[in-house]
Write a protein that binds this ligand. Structure first.
Ligand SMILES: Nc1nc2c(ncn2[C@@H]2O[C@H](COP(=O)(O)OP(=O)(O)OP(=O)(O)O)[C@@H](O)[C@H]2O)c(=O)[nH]1
Ligand SMILES: [Mg+2]
Length: 421
């Protein structure tokens, strides 16, 4: 049975509390929790000792008692002492926003890399919190039994110090392993870069349809061996970056990547831990921001996406906007307005339109030219047929005349055969 919880948060100046609490609720649901009540308080700033003001803490105790709830999920990351004080005063268990997101990620991680990244973020989150009350479940889970904190074991090192040292050692170890992994994916990336294939990354808020879009495009333009990625109606379905190659009928190719979705206030430990996964987006030639236009909060979600991209240092990559789930939003689709597409990732016509939009942005330095290739240089003809968009072929007395659109680089290499540009 799902655990019953109350969600609680502060309405600070200039914040959209409805959006914040709705989002917190979906995070709790994603963590298999059953949200039975919601408590908020308007404050100018969080109370330094207990996050909420005194009166609200009493309200929380009352609500929790009445509804038989033991756990309160909070909308912010709290300081270790705030969490400790709240638990002491209320005898309730508190999970802050960061702890909640970390739990969801931990449950979703499948690959070795994602598991390590989440583990790293969790350890970094726990390290400063080890001192707090023994009712904190996270402490007990990973750091072993922290028990009463300062139990001197006679060895000169307290249990707490020992636990801290264990965590630090684990952090060092995981960092090392992750670094080795990221070096090898860097190498793969460089090899691709060399081949001069442009790369496009799908980014955006979680559950907007990035993976569905990727799968649609892979079905249409992926080679036979390209696998589908996991797509599901849940937050953070994707934690690993998937990279697929698309080859279009005109021979143009690109690398498409799908990666972890964003949510507001994504814990900085996670953003840091996922840096190598997100590198795919950071190195892309084009970002496609997928937006769920059927969600009333889609504007805030776009802001969240921009903020997160800034945090990982992605600031100057061209972006197009793909407003997805138009079928649920009841708007006309597919439609294109400049660099903004309204579409549904489940519709063929939409997928063709997003392809056209992406191709227009990415294949800018292509040139069209007419070549004359002597008959004894058949390999050049083969090259053009395999790598260029051949529009016309004529056999003349002097050789094969081919009109084709091709990469500028290839054009330069074959310039001696050009008879008309
Ligand atoms: N009705 C409708 N549903 C869609 C559309 N696109 C995606 N979905 C559904 O939305 C849900 C989420 O899709 P995903 O592709 O997994 O979303 P994502 O952006 O990859 O999500 P994360 O990996 O969790 O960040 C799935 O249940 C999809 O079937 C659409 O155009 N229309
Ligand atoms: Mg996904």
């Amino acid at each position: 049975m799902n655990e019953k919880i109350i969600i609680a948060g502060l309405e600070l100046p200039d914040m959209n509390i409805d959006y914040a609490m709705d989002e917190l609720k979906s995070l709790a649901v994603a963590n298999n929790m059953d949200v039975v009540d919601q408590v908020t308080q308007k404050l100018d700033r969080p109370n330094a000792a207990t996050y909420f003001g005194k009166g609200k803490v009493d309200d929380l105790i009352q609500a929790a008692t009445a509804l038989e709830v033991d756990t309160i999920v909070l909308n912010d990351e709290l300081s270790p002492s705030q969490l400790g004080n709240l638990e002491k005063e209320t005898n309730l268990h508190f999970v802050d926003r960061t702890g909640l997101i970390l739990e969801i990620f931990a449950n979703r991680a499948h690959s070795r890399e994602a598991k390590l990244q989440v583990e790293l973020a969790k350890l970094q989150y726990q390290l400063p919190r080890l001192r707090t009350s023994s009712t904190q479940r996270l402490d007990q889970q990973t750091a072993g039994n922290t028990g009463g904190g300062f139990t001197n074991r006679g060895s000169g090192e307290t249990k707490l110090e020992l636990n801290r040292r264990t965590i630090r050692n684990k952090i060092t170890h995981i960092n090392k392993e992750l670094k080795e992994m990221s070096t090898s994916s860097d190498v793969q990336r460089q090899q691709r870069d060399k081949k001069d294939i442009p790369s496009v990354a799908l980014v955006g808020y979680t559950n907007t349809g990035k993976s569905t879009t990727m799968n649609g495009l892979v079905r249409l333009y992926g080679r036979n061996d390209e696998k589908q990625v996991f797509e599901k109606d849940m937050l953070f379905a994707t934690l690993d970056t998937s990279v697929r190659k698309l080859v279009f009928p005109d021979q143009k190719e690109l690398i498409l990547s799908d990666t972890v979705g964003f949510v507001s206030k994504l814990p900085h430990q996670l953003v840091k831990a996922f840096r190598s996964t997100l590198a795919e987006a950071a190195k892309a030639d084009l970002l496609v921001q997928v937006v769920d236009i059927s969600d009333p909060h889609y504007r805030e979600m776009m802001q969240t996406t921009e903020d997160t991209l800034n945090e990982i240092g992605v600031t100057d990559i061209p972006m197009v906007y793909a407003f997805n789930k138009a079928d649920l939003a009841g708007v006309a689709y597919p439609t294109l307005d400049g660099n903004q597409l309204t579409y549904s990732a489940k519709q063929l016509q939409s997928l063709e339109m997003i392809t056209a939009l992406i191709k227009k942005q990415v294949f800018k330095n292509y040139v069209e030219a007419k070549f004359l290739i002597p008959f004894d240089e058949g390999q050049v003809v083969d090259f053009l047929n395999g790598n260029a968009d051949v529009k016309e072929t004529n056999y003349t007395e002097l050789g094969t005349e081919i009109t084709a659109e091709l990469k500028e680089r290839d054009y330069n290499r074959l310039s001696r055969y050009v008879i008309q540009k």
